[in-house]
Design a protein around this ligand. Structure first.
Ligand SMILES: Nc1ncnc2c1ncn2[C@@H]1O[C@H](COP(=O)(O)OP(=O)(O)OP(=O)(O)O)[C@@H](O)[C@H]1O
Length: 633
């Protein structure tokens, strides 16, 4: 069910971590293609901020021609100085003119660089926000099975990690490349006309260092890619040791040493791999640095020898300045190119995630009925979770009647919650079909279906938002979002008085995660979850252990509301407590994914089967051990 990540453009899907050997020629081709992801990022930047991107491009081009201007002006200045030295007439005007131009050039460069940097920061920030937005919006379109796939979790985690800074780095390196290509070309042309050998050596000198940088970047990328799950595990242990929900068990069970042991073990693995990489990188860098130094010295020596032959001091000055500029420009250019190459490797994590197919659920055009007339029918439905060889539900057939509350009971793992999730198409049956008033679920529009099927989940979410939002989230897609509906739902679950007494009433921050938050008891959180579900205009209501955390008096009060049959609405109540089950019109009994009994309380007691044993065990004060009903599980 979960889609495998799509292979990359060149057929090298890497989400699964598989590495394909690459020959040297294709390595070169890929290096030559390094600017392509940069150009893609430039396109994304353009879409997220046109004015900023235009500023960045213009300033980069202008900054690029500054070194050539400086070499030319320096030569002209030196010539004016020499002319002044050889002349009996005062030449102060010329000297001051060139001096002024040089000063203006220096000042102009600084201002341009500041402008470029401001525009760059603006673009980087907007670009990162734009891509982050895309990642989160994509993540929201996955099916539940995809979200539960560890490979997709790894991919998402890598994308989220890189999106904060890689696109910005790539953009800045692209701009650097543009600037340095212009600088390199213009200064190189000047130096070539002065001394081509020096020009060649100056250009070649940084190459070994840059090759080392590329190889190091590739190694870093391979290392990070291969340990995504390890990093997620580390984050998990950090979460256990820092979040209030898990900290209570960590403290009560004195689990801190266990957390620390796992945390240290994972960190030791990560640090060990980092150190091994650092040592490998060091061994690689040494010969490359030596080679770069040798080429630099050769360039300088050639320049000095050429300088001794130079007829004019001005020419010599221009050569010396141009060597320095060309070398630094070449170094920056190669650095930017290699940086782009490395960053695009990491940025692939983002693109790889964005390329994961969504396999959208097939859906029809029909609106889900506001009122159900014939019922919701399960026709020979089977379901297995992806990757599981077992049926969670097996050949299940029954009809849920409107205007009735149907309870679902069974031992742990019998498939009750799974059944509820199939109703809202959170999972798709692997066999059989579910039809509503004779129409298959897949023929309804998915948004319409989701709006009409309302849940109280067994593991409901405690939203760290305002108390009012904890309820009104149930209304986001409804035309009428009046505050009165939120308050009415709060009253129905008996929470209104409590909420009204809070410092900011319905606007009070719920939970302790953020400043000024107010913590609720487990039962109060559950009542908010029930209110969130009840506030919706649903024609199918799935309640999975909705009163598990409630005290008996509140439960009794709430059950009146929850089990009041509504005409045109199908209600499914998954429950272990018979205080709930007894209020249902009908009970479905599940055992290891199969529907084994179906009837009202009296009928099921008369059968003397699993239901009767569960009831007797509970009313006697204990439940049967797992497997006791039908053999070992
Ligand atoms: N997300 C999942 N991925 C894989 N298997 C799952 C998943 N959720 C449940 N299962 C498996 O499916 C089977 C049915 O689970 P389900 O949650 O429907 O049981 P249940 O009857 O609601 O149990 P309980 O009474 O404990 O809540 C179990 O064997 C469980 O291990």
């Amino acid at each position: 069910m979960a889609a495998a990540p799509r292979p990359g453009r060149r057929g090298r899907g890497r989400a699964g971590g598989g590495r394909v050997p690459v020959n040297p020629r294709s390595r070169l081709r890929r290096l030559a293609q390094a600017p392509r992801p940069g150009l893609k990022v430039l396109g994304q930047s353009w879409r997220s901020d046109r004015a900023g991107t235009a500023q960045v491009i213009v300033t980069s081009l202008v900054v690029g021609v500054l070194p050539a201007c400086q070499v030319t002006l320096t030569a002209a200045f030196a010539t004016a100085l020499l002319r002044a030295a050889g002349s009996s007439r005062p030449q102060a005007g010329d000297i001051l003119f060139y001096l002024g131009l040089l000063a203006l050039l220096g000042l102009g460069s600084q201002v341009l660089i500041l402008l470029q940097s401001r525009a760059m920061q603006r673009c980087q920030s907007r670009l990162s926000a734009h891509l982050s937005d895309e990642i989160i919006s994509r993540a929201g379109r996955f099916t539940l099975s995809q979200v539960e796939d560890p490979k997709i979790q790894d991919s998402l985690q890598r994308a989220v990690r890189e999106v904060g800074f890689r696109p910005g780095m790539l953009l800045s390196q692209l701009v650097q490349t543009v600037t340095q290509v212009v600088a390199f070309g213009s200064v190189g042309a000047i130096l070539w006309t002065l001394d081509y050998r020096v020009a060649l050596l100056a250009v070649l000198a940084p190459v070994p260092t840059v090759v080392a940088q590329i190889l190091q970047g590739k190694r870093a990328h391979a290392l990070e890619h291969g340990r995504s799950e390890e990093r997620r595990r580390l984050t998990y242990w950090q979460h256990l040791a820092s979040q209030p929900d898990s900290m209570k068990e960590v403290l009560a069970f004195r689990l801190a040493p266990v957390v620390l042991t796992h945390h240290r073990k994972l960190l030791a693995g990560i640090v060990g791999a980092d150190l091994r990489l650092a040592n490998r990188n060091f061994r690689l860098a040494i010969p490359m640095v030596v080679l770069t130094a040798a080429l630099t010295v050769s360039a300088q020596a050639t320049a000095i020898l050429a300088g001794t032959d130079a007829r004019h001091v001005a020419g010599l000055l221009a050569v010396i300045q141009a060597i320095g500029m060309l070398q630094s420009s070449a170094q920056m250019l190669y650095g930017a190119l290699s940086g782009m190459y490395v960053n695009q490797l990491f940025l692939r994590n983002v693109n790889e995630f964005l390329a994961i197919e969504h396999t959208p659920l097939p859906e029809g055009e029909l609106a889900f009925p506001e009122e159900i007339s014939a019922g919701v029918e399960f026709r020979d439905v089977s379901f297995s979770y992806p990757g599981s060889g077992r049926h969670a539900l097996e050949n299940v057939s029954f009809t849920l009647k409107p205007g009735q509350v149907t309870a679902v009971v069974g031992l742990n793992g019998a498939g009750k919650s799974t059944l509820g999730k199939l109703l809202g198409r959170l999972y798709e049956p692997t066999g059989g079909s579910i039809v509503v008033d004779g129409v298959p679920l897949a023929d309804f529009r998915l948004d319409s279906l989701r709006d009409r099927v309302s849940y109280v989940f067994q593991n409901y979410v405690q939203y760290q938002l305002s108390v009012g939002e904890n309820i009104s989230l149930g209304l986001v897609h409804e035309a009428d979002r009046a505050a009165g509906r939120v308050e009415a739902a709060a009253r129905e679950v008996g929470m209104h008085e409590h909420i009204a007494a809070l410092p900011q009433g319905y606007g009070t921050q719920a939970g302790k995660l953020f400043t000024g938050g107010v913590e609720f008891s487990g039962g109060q959180w559950q009542r908010l979850a029930i209110a969130r579900s009840m506030v919706r205009s649903a024609s199918v209501r799935v309640m999975d252990e909705p009163t598990a955390a409630l005290d008996t008096i509140t439960e009794a009060e709430l059950l009146d509301t929850l089990t009041t049959a509504t005409a045109g609405r199908v209600s499914l109540l998954i429950a272990h407590r018979f205080s709930s089950v007894l209020r249902a019109d009908r009970v479905l009994v599940f055992d290891r994914g199969r529907l084994v009994e179906d009837g009202d309380h009296q009928e099921l007691m008369g059968l003397g089967g699993l239901y009767a044993r569960m009831y007797e065990a509970q009313t006697a004060g204990h439940e049967p051990a797992a497997g006791a009903a039908t053999g070992a599980r």
